[in-house]
Design a binder for this molecule. Structure first.
Ligand SMILES: *Cc1c(COP(=O)(O)O)cnc(C)c1O
Length: 452
C-alpha cells in the first residue's frame, strides 16, 4: 500500500493524485501479478475483472496500481465515481458519520440522514408531483423493490422489460436482463411473469421513435395484455446493452400508453442518473416523467446505496414491513449521498458532463470519419459509446472491440466494453478528469484501433 507514497511522494487518493498516465511496468506488474494469483486462489472464478491491476489509489482521472503505474480512468468503476474518487466533501461526510455511528438499522431506530436523502431524491428526480423514496444497498435490490411496489399498487403481476436491457444479477433482475452470457447462462430457472419487448435502436432498426413504440406496444398488448401488466421497466439510455439511445418519441409514447392502461412506468436510471448524461436524470433529455425511478451507482460517491423514488400514492402501496432490509440506507452511505447530491447541485457538474460529452463526441466522430469500423458514435454527456463493426458487412465486431480494449489497458487506459453483441466501447470518465488526460486517453484508444 505504501508503494504509492514512496514512488510519487504524494498523498494517497483523492484529487491531489498526480494527473498523469505513467507506465512504470508492463501491465500487470509484479505486485499486481501477486494479487491476481491470490485472487485466483481465493476468490470465486465467477467474479471477473477488467484491468489486471492491484488498485491502491484513485482520484481525479487516474487509478494508481501497486506497481506505481498511473492509469487513465475512462470507466469510473462502472459509472459510480462520477464526482471523482475520494471527493473531499464525500470523504469528510463519511469520516464524520463513521465516528458518530455506523449502523442502527433504519427499521429499528430511524436517523436523520436517511430521511434527508429521501427528501433530496424526491426533490431532484423528474416531476413536481408528491414523491416518496425507499433506500436499498444495490441497484438490483432497488429494481426488485420497484417491481414489488408496482405489483402491490396495481394488483397485477406481469412486467415488461426490453431487448438489450440490463437490470442486475439477482434472480428477478436476471429475468429482466436480456443478455444470457455472462449474466444468466446456467443460473435459471428465472422469475416468472417477465416479458420482453423490442427496443428502439436507431442504428440497427432504422425505425422512427413512433414506429418503434407502436411495434413494442403491439407486442405488449398481444402477448401480455394491459390487464395483466403491472409495470414496464426501461433504462432511458441502455447501459450494459450498448449505450443505446432510443429515437425521439419512443419513450414518451411508451409512458403515455402506460398512463392510459394503469401500468407503472419505471425508469431504471441506475447508470444514467446523477449528472452522468449532462442532465441530472436522463428522463429529462426525453421529456418524460417516470412513475418510479431506480437509482444507485453515482448516488453516493462510491458508497453502496440505491433507491426507489416515485409517486407517493404508488410508493405507499406496500404495507409497513414489506420493504426494507438490514442495511438499506446505511448512515455512512447516506452521509456520502448527501455530500454527493450537494456537489452535483452546486459544482457545475451537469455542465462538466456536457463538456466531456462534446470532447468525446467530437474526437470519436472524427475517428469514425476515417475508419468505417466505427459504425456508430452515440450517447449523452459523459456517457458516450462507439459501436465497432466489420467494415465490409456492418456486422458487430466483438473480436476487434475486445482487442482494442485490451490494448488500451496495456497502455494504461481503462476502458469498458458493453453491448449485446460485445462490440461497443463505452466511455464513462469521472467528471473530475482534466481535459488533457481525457484527450490522451482518446489518443490511446485511437492508436489501439489503428494497430488492431
Ligand atoms: C448496474 C446496473 C444495475 C444493477 O446495479 P447493481 O448495483 O450492480 O446491483 C441495474 N440497472 C442498471 C441500468 C445498471 O446499470
Amino acid at each position: 500500500m505504501s508503494a504509492v507514497d514512496t514512488l510519487t511522494n504524494t498523498p494517497l487518493g483523492g484529487p491531489t493524485l498526480p494527473q498523469e498516465r505513467r507506465m512504470v511496468t508492463a501491465i500487470p506488474g509484479p505486485r499486481s501479478q501477486q494479487l491476481l494469483a491470490r485472487k485466483a486462489a481465493a476468490v470465486a472464478a465467477g467474479v471477473g475483472h477488467t484491468a489486471p491491476i492491484e488498485a491502491v489509489a484513485a482520484g481525479g482521472g487516474v487509478i494508481v496500481d501497486a506497481d506505481g503505474n498511473s492509469l487513465i480512468d475512462l470507466g469510473s468503476g462502472i459509472a459510480v465515481t462520477t464526482l471523482g474518487n475520494a471527493h473531499p466533501k464525500v470523504v469528510e461526510a463519511i469520516q464524520a458519520q463513521a465516528a458518530q455511528f455506523t449502523h442502527t438499522c433504519f427499521m429499528i431506530s430511524p436517523y436523520e440522514s436517511y430521511v434527508a436523502v429521501a427528501e433530496a431524491l424526491n426533490r431532484v428526480t423528474p416531476g413536481d408531483h408528491a414523491k416518496k423514496s425507499a433506500l436499498f444497498n444495490s441497484g438490483a435490490e432497488a429494481v426488485e423493490n420497484a417491481i414489488k411496489i408496482a405489483r402491490k399498487h396495481t394488483k397485477k403481476q406481469a412486467v415488461v422489460a426490453f431487448d438489450h436491457g440490463y437490470h442486475g444479477r439477482t434472480n428477478l433482475t436476471m429475468a429482466l436482463t436480456a443478455k444470457a452470457m455472462p449474466y444468466k447462462s446456467g443460473f435459471g430457472p428465472f422469475a416468472s411473469e417477465i416479458y420482453r419487448a423490442p427496443l428502439s435502436y436507431p442504428y440497427r432498426d432504422g425505425l422512427s421513435g413512433a414506429a418503434a413504440a407502436e411495434k413494442a406496444i403491439s407486442i405488449i398488448e398481444k402477448q401480455v395484455g394491459a390487464d395483466n401488466l403491472a409495470a414496464v421497466i426501461i433504462e432511458p439510455i441502455q447501459g450494459e446493452g450498448g449505450f443505446i439511445v432510443p429515437a425521439d418519441g419512443f419513450l414518451p409514447a411508451i409512458v403515455e400508453w402506460c398512463r392510459a392502461n394503469d401500468v407503472v412506468f419505471i425508469a431504471d436510471e441506475i447508470q444514467t442518473g446523477f449528472a452522468r448524461t449532462g442532465s441530472m436524470f436522463a428522463s429529462e433529455i426525453f421529456g418524460i416523467v417516470p412513475d418510479l425511478i431506480t437509482t444507485a451507482k453515482g448516488i453516493a460517491g462510491g458508497m453502496p446505496l440505491a433507491a426507489v423514488t416515485g409517486r407517493a400514492e404508488i410508493m405507499d402501496a406496500a404495507h409497513a414491513g414489506g420493504l426494507g432490509g438490514t442495511y438499506g440506507g446505511n448512515p455512512v452511505a447516506c452521509a456520502a449521498a448527501l455530500a454527493a447530491i450537494e456537489a452535483f447541485e452546486t459544482e457545475g457538474l451537469i455542465e462538466r458532463a456536457r463538456e466531456i460529452g462534446a470532447i468525446l463526441t467530437d474526437r470519436l466522430t472524427a475517428l469514425q470519419a476515417g475508419d468505417p469500423r466505427i459504425g456508430d458514435v452515440r450517447g449523452h454527456g459523459a456517457m458516450i459509446a462507439a459501436e465497432f463493426v466489420d467494415a465490409a458487412t456492418g456486422k458487430p465486431d466483438a473480436a476487434l472491440t475486445a482487442a482494442v480494449a485490451k490494448a488500451c489497458i496495456a497502455e494504461g487506459v481503462i476502458v469498458l466494453t458493453c453491448g449485446t453483441y460485445g462490440n461497443v466501447i463505452r466511455f464513462l470518465p469521472p467528471l473530475s478528469i482534466p481535459d488533457d488526460l481525457l484527450h490522451e486517453g482518446i489518443d490511446v484508444v485511437a492508436a489501439a484501433l489503428a494497430g488492431a
